[in-house]
Design a binder for this molecule. Structure first.
Ligand code: THU
Length: 136
């Protein structure tokens, strides 16, 4: 599964986005180390802070299915599903991913199949607070 495949799946996931308040639709696809795929979309709520981002929807779905080892995520998003810029993951999603993913976990953000930027989680969340700080 390469980054173009992931981009196509992330666009598919964006179709399920529930974003009646912001109209900013997001899709994410998480790839596990053993090759499984979990999709997520943003799910907004009339009580705005209840909203869950696409990345965490995918992550929590994967964890709920027993997955804990992840290779990469691909994220797409845009106002009214129009992808004109890179959909960078918010700080909360970076922290949520850091619970399960190492610094070399890949984060892909794409505008088209031929325009996909690649970061590592370590680049996006340096000096993270994580379970190693909590001792035994
Ligand atoms: N959103 C995501 O799904 N992922 C992010 O990393 C940033 C923001 C969603 C949340 C909300 O539904 C909409 O985008 C506007 O903030």
């Amino acid at each position: 599964m390469n980054k173009k495949d992931l981009f196509i799946l992330a666009k598919e996931a964006m179709k399920n986005s529930n974003a009646p308040y912001s109209n900013y639709n997001v899709g994410a696809v998480l790839l596990t180390k053993n090759g499984n795929i979990y999709k997520g979309c943003n799910v907004e709520n009339a009580s705005y802070s209840v909203t869950c981002c696409a990345e965490r929807t995918a992550l929590f779905s994967a964890v709920a299915s027993g997955e804990k080892e992840f290779e990469s995520i691909c994220i797409v998003g845009g106002k009214n599903s129009d992808i004109t810029d890179y959909a960078m993951p918010c700080g909360i999603c970076r922290q949520a991913l850091a619970e399960f993913c190492d610094a070399d976990f890949k984060v892909y953000v794409g505008i088209s199949e031929n325009d996909i930027k690649e970061f590592t989680l370590g680049e996006l969340l340096p000096y993270s607070f994580n379970k190693s700080k909590l001792g035994d």
